[in-house]
Design a protein. Structure first.
Length: 228
């Protein structure tokens, strides 16, 4: 499956041109035309990258970006703007945007910028057998973990599969639907609390303070994220 890109752009002709060309490059693309709809699309689509126009009706690209940060949704953003203004560029980059391009732009240049941003944010995944963070350790072969207190414990195959999925998507949100699709068969019917209980168990094992987790985060209405 290709990377998912959300285009937030109110100029219809540019929106459709970008969508067509990105799909030809193998990306999965969704579009929306207003800042008001952007957050909803982010929650449902869980993009790997957002092309975000700064000058949008109702809610500006800058305000959308701030909302994403407030929701602790960490998704790379490339700002698009018709303003050839140094201050706009500085403001966007100060906020933490990954890149910035001024309209009109060369399509090949944009594709290269997209490729570079995705490459920076999605390093190649190694077929690792052991993953370490802080004093903790996860052994994918033995199904054993060393928790925050230094004790070695056995965990289930499905718990290990969830840990692997979250670690493979380090710093990115993994939706509930993706977890259910990859960890359960169609014949199985896990309750909505099943994944929550797994996450709670991970916090007991790996978090210093379970009530204020820093590694295993629940993104309300979206899914889960693992950070180191």
């Amino acid at each position: 499956m290709g990377f998912k890109i959300l285009i937030v752009e109110d100029e219809q002709s540019l929106q459709q041109t970008l969508k067509l060309n990105l799909e030809l490059e193998g990306y999965l693309v969704e579009v929306c035309s207003s800042g008001k709809d952007a957050i909803t699309h982010v929650r449902k689509f869980i993009p790997d990258l957002i092309l975000l126009d700064i000058m949008l009706p109702v809610l500006s690209g800058v305000e959308i970006y701030k909302q994403l940060k407030d929701l602790t949704i960490s998704i790379p953003v490339i700002f698009l703007t018709a303003k050839n203004n140094v201050q706009d560029k500085i403001e966007g980059l100060k906020l933490g945007a990954d890149d910035y391009i001024t309209k009109p732009f060369d399509l090949e240049e944009l594709l290269l910028r997209i490729h570079n941003v995705l490459k920076r944010n999605n390093p190649p995944k190694n077929d690792m057998t052991v993953f370490k963070f802080g004093p903790c350790e996860i052994n994918f072969l033995t199904f054993q973990v060393i928790g925050i207190e230094g004790k070695t414990e056995d965990i289930s195959k499905r718990e290990m599969a969830l840990l692997k999925l979250l670690i493979d998507n380090l710093n990115h949100v993994v939706s509930r639907d993706e977890i259910l699709d990859k960890l359960w068969t169609k014949d199985e019917t896990p309750s909505s609390r099943t994944i929550d209980n797994y996450i709670l168990n991970f916090r007991k094992l790996f978090e210093v303070n379970q009530k204020e987790p820093v590694h295993f985060l629940s993104i309300r209405g979206v899914g889960y994220k693992f950070k180191v």
